[in-house]
Each structure stands twice: as C-alpha cells, then as structure tokens.
Design a protein around this ligand. Sequence first.
Ligand SMILES: Nc1ncnc2c1ncn2[C@@H]1O[C@H](COP(=O)(O)OP(=O)(O)O)[C@@H](O)[C@H]1O
Ligand SMILES: [Mg+2]
Length: 158
Amino acid sequence: MTHTNVEFMSRSPEATQTFGKHMGQMAKVNDVFLLTGPLGAGKTCLTQGIVWGLGCQEYARSPTFMLATIYQGRLPIYHLDLFRIESSLELLDIGVEEYLEGEGVCIIEWADRTNDIFPVDSIKINLEYTRNRSHRKITIIAPDTSSGNLLHDLVAGF
Ligand SMILES: Nc1ncnc2c1ncn2[C@@H]1O[C@H](COP(=O)(O)OP(=O)(O)O)[C@@H](O)[C@H]1O
Ligand SMILES: [Mg+2]
C-alpha cells in the first residue's frame, strides 16, 4: 500500500482542534486514527476536534481508568488511550476488534504502545513539540485510500 506523508504546523490548541474538526467531518466508517507523540503533545486536543467534526458536542478527555470511551456522533467514535497498556492481549480482552471492525471510527492515543493489531490502512498522526511553546508539528502518514487522499487535500488547503 502506498502512503502520503504530510506535515502541518499548528500554532495553538484551537488550531489543532480546528484541524481535527475537519478530519472528523471527512471521517468515514472504519477509519482508524493512530495518534502518537509525548505527553502533552496534543493527542487529546486533536481528538476533541475529531469528535466535534463527527457531530458530537462532548468534550473528549483522555480515558484514564477505562480503556475506551464511546462517543456518539454521526458515527460511533471509540476513543482509546493505551498509555497504561502492557500487552496487546489486554486490547483483545476488551474487544478492540469489535471497535476496529465495527460501524464507527477509532481514535487511539499512544498507539505505539502496542503494534501489529491495527489495520494496515490506519491513518497515522504524530504530534511533536517544537521550540515554540504553543506550536506543534503534526505529521500524517495517510494511506492512499479515499480517506487518506482527503486528508492530503485537507493539509494542502489548511
Ligand atoms: N498547538 C497546540 N496544539 C495542541 N495543544 C497545544 C498546542 N499548544 C499548546 N498546547 C497545550 O498542550 C496540551 C496538550 O494536551 P493534550 O491534548 O492532553 O496532550 P496529550 O493527549 O498528547 O497528552 C494542552 O494543555 C494544550 O493547551
Ligand atoms: Mg491524551
């Protein structure tokens, strides 16, 4: 599968949310967003925007005690945070396959805490700190599927 690698510089938390909102508006059934980057990089901030873009008004927070939070927008949204995970077996135990193969969209923070259980056409999004406190570099590796191509167009026009 070929991929497109695009970069976007966010200059504020609001810009990250707005960017996420556009992603949410474009999201399709079965899209899987794998979010990586250190604590405070903006993974949850981006998730808030994606959730809003999918038509849900709730304010997403990192699920801490439970592994998954489900939001209902125009599609179900499964928000996971793997920070505490020790093995991908835990994910299989909570039924992650149902989320991944279900009727909704998955947003997975700390996706690099485990690997090899996510679909090959997942959309990978890495957030990094830059020298400026309020800036974040957002790198998207999107497969050349319809959702991936839409994201490419989104970044080009942002
Ligand atoms: N450009 C930016 N994008 C996203 N968050 C930013 C940005 N600039 C500053 N921040 C701050 O960084 C923090 C990001 O927190 P959060 O989204 O919870 O990170 P993570 O989920 O990656 O641990 C928030 O306090 C937010 O206000
Ligand atoms: Mg978080």
